[in-house]
Design a binder for this molecule. Structure first.
Ligand SMILES: Cc1cc2nc3c(=O)[nH]c(=O)nc-3n(C[C@H](O)[C@H](O)[C@H](O)COP(=O)(O)OP(=O)(O)OC[C@H]3O[C@@H](n4cnc5c(N)ncnc54)[C@H](O)[C@@H]3O)c2cc1C
Length: 417
């Protein structure tokens, strides 16, 4: 049986960053990765460009983790976005803030981010073994016995950083939840998050690809408004996506009704008054020509007229009050019923996971199983789009390493070598 001081399960950003920072001279650190290569999800992130963090102030990060911002605060402040940028810049990979404060490597290549992490692992003599899924962990002799598809290891410390259950092809298939539960660690219910929404009888399938900047939309459940949002929205073949929808998806359930506004910030009453004035001033024009005066994409404009049962050639002097009401509703509060949020296959992250109450969030050590640590998306933390999830992975990975270093300092060598 091979003996290690620390074994990190999962070579994603959280696991690699933790392994790099454990950094106790002479201690043996092993990262076990299930897939043939490390960092598969990191490579996909930001459509391969890696939106690594956000340029905002650290305190402004907290609301981007839903109700769990206060839990992740110690990790975020222990290793901030500025520290993350400095880490990569010092290793020859400068970063750049793009639109909306999203930060990317200047090269816009996720593979460059992964290359820095792997080079650092090498420098710190961290072993990374791929194609070696961990199938079981048990408590043994004050440490842990870790069983993989190939071998059995013993380690004083174990870090579970196996990611969530979304995009399973990248290797994150929820193993961390099962491994944690097998050790008695509480895990909350999980669900796909940051996911596109499938819409019942989606009427705009032919307009897939059209996107709207900063679109206001509301969410209704059983006739009551339960949410009000604003963000970029994209039509897909089966429904809606885009950062605004992805971020709101954690609050949206099947059968909820979305009401989208295609006329920007203009409220229903304001749009009604404006449309009425334009119609009255241009009695001989077609209604479609009036509608074209608003910033609605032309193809959508025609579709909205059709759905509102207004003939293409209808002149303003024949535009009835009922037709106007229908058109106003469809332009300012277009209703769409959600069939379901997209599943794990398309969700960017997982909500739920290792329950935060069971973890000391100042060290990332389990409160239930001493010497067991957690980092990254396996925890019940999920952030908005914009770099918040990768920052969470790096910050929790760093804090777990700090927790482990303190433990070593208190107790000396833990492996009994
Ligand atoms: C398409 C896509 C784009 C994204 N873009 C962004 C973005 O631009 N910015 C952002 O902030 N976030 C983004 N995210 C989210 C972000 O990538 C994740 O939150 C982040 O990768 C989580 O890091 P992690 O290390 O916790 O887990 P992961 O990156 O999922 O890594 C976990 C690793 O553990 C391994 N593993 C699992 N089970 C076992 C086992 N039993 N034994 C051994 N190894 C195991 C997996 O194979 C995997 O390599 C994106 C996600 C997706 C799917």
């Amino acid at each position: 049986m091979e003996q290690y001081d620390s074994i990190v399960i999962g070579a994603g950003p959280a696991g690699l960053f933790c392994a790099i920072h454990v950094g106790i001279p002479g201690s043996r650190v092993l990262v076990l990765e299930k897939k043939d290569e490390p960092g598969n999800k990191l490579l996909l992130s930001g459509t391969g460009q890696c939106n690594i963090t956000h340029a905002g102030e650290m305190r402004d990060f907290l609301p981007h983790y839903g109700d769990h911002g206060k839990w992740i605060k110690p990790a975020l402040f222990s290793f901030t976005n500025r520290a993350l940028l400095a880490f990569f810049e010092e290793r020859g990979l400068p970063m750049q803030a793009g639109e909306n404060g999203k930060v990317f490597p200047k090269t816009r290549q996720s593979s460059d981010v992964l290359a820095v992490l792997l080079a650092e692992c090498k420098k710190k003599e961290v072993e990374v073994r791929c194609s070696e899924p961990v199938t079981g962990i048990t408590r043994q002799n004050g440490g842990f016995e870790i069983v993989t598809s190939r071998a059995v290891y013993h380690s004083a410390i174990v870090v579970i950083s196996t990611g969530g259950a979304s995009y399973p092809k990248t290797g994150s298939t929820g193993d961390g939840y099962r491994l944690s539960e097998s050790l008695g660690q509480p895990v909350t219910e999980t669900a796909p998050a940051l996911t596109p929404l499938l819409i019942r009888n989606f009427p705009f399938a032919a307009l897939a690809g059209i996107s709207f900047e900063e679109m206001p939309f509301t969410v209704w459940r059983a006739g009551k408004k339960v949410g009000e949002y604003r963000g970029d929205v994209l039509f897909t073949h089966l429904g809606v996506s885009g950062p605004g929808i992805l971020n709101a998806s954690r609050y949206i359930r099947p059968d909820d009704v979305l009401r989208l506004s295609f006329v920007g910030a203009m409220k229903r009453e304001e749009f009604t008054a404006d449309l009425t004035r334009r119609v009255q001033e241009n009695r001989t024009w077609q209604v479609g020509t009036i509608l074209a005066g608003y910033p609605i994409p032309e193809r959508l404009n025609r579709k909205l007229l059709k759905i509102s049962d207004i003939p293409d050639d209808l002149k303003c002097n024949h535009f009835s009050a009922e037709q106007r009401t229908r058109l106003v509703t469809n332009c300012t509060e277009f209703p769409m019923t959600v069939t379901a949020p997209g599943g794990y296959a398309v969700a960017m992250v997982t909500q739920g996971g290792v329950a935060l109450e069971g973890v000391n969030m100042k060290s990332m050590e389990s409160k239930v199983v001493p010497s067991l640590y957690f980092a990254g998306e396996v925890l019940d933390i999920d952030g908005d789009t914009g770099g918040y999830n990768l920052q969470a992975a790096f910050s929790t990975g760093y804090l777990a390493a700090e927790g482990i270093r303190k433990r070593f300092a208190e107790r000396g060598s833990l492996s009994g070598k």
